[in-house]
Design a protein around this ligand. Structure first.
Ligand SMILES: *Cc1c(COP(=O)(O)O)cnc(C)c1O
Length: 350
């Protein structure tokens, strides 16, 4: 498929002359640095943070490229995945003119970010078992449809969508297809990063917030064609990833074995929690999960949610969400936390 990215891009972004930082103009490591108005004496803190960080996070991207099997030039790093989502709107969607296609029930930020950017939303619901409807999605699109957001494994339904449906949409949708893989580490699904070289309109998002246990650092990844990455780099804030985050994640990647172990532990706990929930007579349905949470149908979910809070157990109430009637979204915890949830459920649903 040949897609002309330049015709998708907003014209003023195509013409934009980006800000050049001190670290853009001189990126060498040696010398007396009197170019960025930094404090030469160091920082007020024990650790020094007085120098601006690498604006393009080269060292970190090399490590990420190695573990993800992509090239460093195919990576954009953002202050959480949410930064990438927002930048995509700003780069491709003309407010009041273009539209995006969302597939509810799904992650809320695609919609909020569209609203912030005054971009029309076209919704094509998933099927009752949370699969894509490619025919309807393509029918909903017009020449102003710039981005299609697919979340797989999907939040809040926890399932993965059919790979063939995603590939068909990447081939036939005449805009950007974003596949949000925030939960891929908990799934047996092959990442769509393996398809990047085949499709210049494909963008895959992943995050350090879930499996890696680094939500507070705020580091999201977007993988795409070099052309798309160049566009995101051009419009991002110059130093969008802090030096502390870059260093910490660089060290974290060297301990990847520990992450793999944590993922196995979470998957074991997911099985335990599912098995125990199945024993509870009031649990109507546990949707199949490829993520670190379970979508669970319980009659009177709103009441159960409130009662669980009374027991100091907090889950996510999804009862009002399309296709998730009477559903609670329960993150897999430690064994102790899962036991607390189960005991609280037995008490409030008795
Ligand atoms: C949690 C989550 C993210 C991660 O967002 P960050 O901003 O990287 O923390 C992205 N997409 C989905 C669907 C999520 O559930």
């Amino acid at each position: 498929m040949s897609i002309d990215l330049n015709s998708l891009l907003r014209p003023h972004i195509a013409k934009l002359q980006p800000y050049t930082s001190a670290r853009d103009e001189y990126s060498g490591k040696e010398g007396v640095f009197l170019d960025a108005n930094e404090n030469p004496f160091g920082s007020i803190t024990e650790q020094d943070f007085n120098r601006y960080p690498d604006p393009y996070q080269q060292a970190l991207k090399e490590e990420i490229a190695r573990i993800k099997g992509v090239r460093p030039t195919q990576i954009f790093l953002g202050n959480g995945s949410d930064e990438a989502i927002d930048l995509l709107y700003r780069a491709f969607c003309n407010p009041g003119k273009d539209n995006v296609i969302l597939l509810p029930p799904t992650y809320g930020m695609y919609e909020v970010s569209a609203n912030i950017n005054d971009v029309e939303i076209r919704k094509v619901p998933l099927t009752a078992d949370f699969q894509l409807q490619p025919e309807k999605i393509l029918a909903a699109a017009d020449p102003h449809s710039k981005i299609l957001f697919i979340c797989s494994p999907n939040n809040p339904s926890a399932n993965k969508v059919k790979r063939e449906d995603v590939l068909r949409l990447v081939r036939e949708f005449k805009g950007l297809v974003v596949v949000d893989e925030a939960y891929i580490d908990f799934s047996d699904e092959l990442s769509f990063t393996t398809e990047l070289d085949n499709y210049p309109n494909l963008l895959v998002m992943q995050t350090f917030s879930k499996a890696w246990g680094l939500a507070a650092l705020r580091l999201g990844m977007a993988f795409a064609s070099e052309e798309i990455i160049r566009i995101l780099n051009k419009i991002k804030a110059p130093y969008n990833i802090s030096g502390l985050t870059q260093e910490t994640v660089l060290t974290a990647i060297r301990n990847k074995d520990k992450v793999d172990q944590m993922i196995r532990d979470i998957l074991d706990e997911r099985e335990f929690l599912k098995a125990e929930l199945e024993k509870l007579p009031f649990v109507q349905k546990i949707h199949p999960s490829h993520a670190n949470f379970l979508l669970v149908k319980i009659p009177h979910a709103n009441q159960v949610y409130d009662d669980l809070i009374g027991e100091k157990v907090i889950v996510r109430n999804r009862a009002k969400v399309l296709l998730c009637e009477d559903c609670l979204r329960i993150t897999v915890g430690t064994r102790e936390e899962n036991e607390r949830l189960l005991n609280a459920l037995r008490k409030v649903c008795a």
